[in-house]
Design a protein. Structure first.
Length: 312
């Protein structure tokens, strides 16, 4: 008796695809259409101003309507010999050196206090972060009134203690410190928020084990909390330095760079050169000098952060 063996199943056939289908995918086209509006806005408002500013730094371009003329490196040679440029850069560096440590330490202290508070934690969080959402004009108006020589709150306290009124915003050496204090009150809420989020990520098991070993609260702070916050501290320092180098609003509104240009930052000098003196080409050259300084500091801090992470 002969039995027929079943035929082997035929291998599954792949659907035929044309070369046109391989070259054209509707999903890719849709993605490009979604990205295109952002790319246009980015090119118009970010890429083109950067290129135009670099080109203008080689011309005597003016906002007064005068015909521009190619100057080569004349603007760059002038800024390196301009004492006002270096004085404004020095003021910006001084503001950065004064404000950065204060903002880091104050933000950390506020976060530690709010993190340990149980019943009033919500109130501390609200009061610490609330000034950060205020605009620069409101903050400057508040602190100008506080610093008023005749009826300001601070001078009233000093006079009540038997002292004499201090012209906070019109005295050289004092005005910059007054601006740093106002800036700390205004912007420390952001650093506080970053530190508070980092504190909540530290495992409680570390503190419980340290308590069982007899570690005091101070020892836990130095050997557990601060090492766990090392990366957050590095991030805050980088962000704070970059933000301080671009300071302009509160200084211009509170002192307009005075007295005797001792608080004028480099951004204010760029603004005055371009929009008051109408020397747009020279202002572009100064702005690119500031851009190079910020870029070098950012690269240095980035490499330092990467090296610290690799060592840890």
């Amino acid at each position: 008796m002969v039995t027929a063996t079943p035929a082997a199943p035929a291998p599954p056939t792949r659907p035929a695809t044309s070369d046109r289908g391989l070259r054209h995918r509707p999903g890719e086209t849709s993605g490009l259409l979604f990205v295109l509006p952002f790319m246009i806005v980015f090119a118009v408002f970010m890429v083109w101003p950067v290129i135009a500013g670099l080109v203008n730094s080689f011309f005597n371009k003016s906002l007064a309507g005068k015909p521009s003329q190619f100057l080569g490196l004349a603007n760059w040679r002038e800024l390196f010999g301009d004492p006002a440029v270096w004085k404004s850069l020095g003021n910006t560096a001084l503001f950065t050196l004064l404000s950065t440590p204060l903002l880091v330490v104050t933000g950390l202290a506020m976060a530690l206090l709010a993190h340990r508070a149980r019943r009033l934690g919500w109130l501390l969080r609200f009061s610490y972060f609330a000034p950060f959402v205020l605009p620069a004009t409101v903050v400057s108006l508040i602190w100008v009134w506080l610093y008023q020589p005749e009826f300001g709150l601070f001078n009233s306290w000093i006079e009540a203690l038997g002292g004499s009124a201090v012209p906070w915003l019109t005295t050289e050496g004092v005005a910059m410190v007054a601006i740093v204090v106002a800036t700390t009150w205004w912007t420390v809420g952001f650093n506080f928020l970053l530190y508070l989020a980092a504190l909540q990520q530290i495992p409680r098991d570390l503190y419980e084990a340290a308590s069982l070993d007899g570690a005091s609260a101070r020892q836990q702070l130095w050997h557990i909390t601060l090492p766990q916050l090392r990366r957050t501290t590095g991030l805050i320092v980088v962000l704070q330095v970059l933000a301080s180098l671009r300071v302009f609003d509160q200084i211009y509104l509170m002192t307009e760079g005075g007295p005797n240009s001792t608080t004028r930052p480099v951004l204010q000098y760029i603004y005055e050169t371009g929009f008051t003196s109408f020397r747009l080409g020279y202002a572009s050259a100064i702005s690119y000098l500031l851009f190079v300084i910020i870029l070098l500091l950012a690269v240095f801090q980035l490499r330092l952060t990467v090296r610290n992470r690799s060592e840890s």
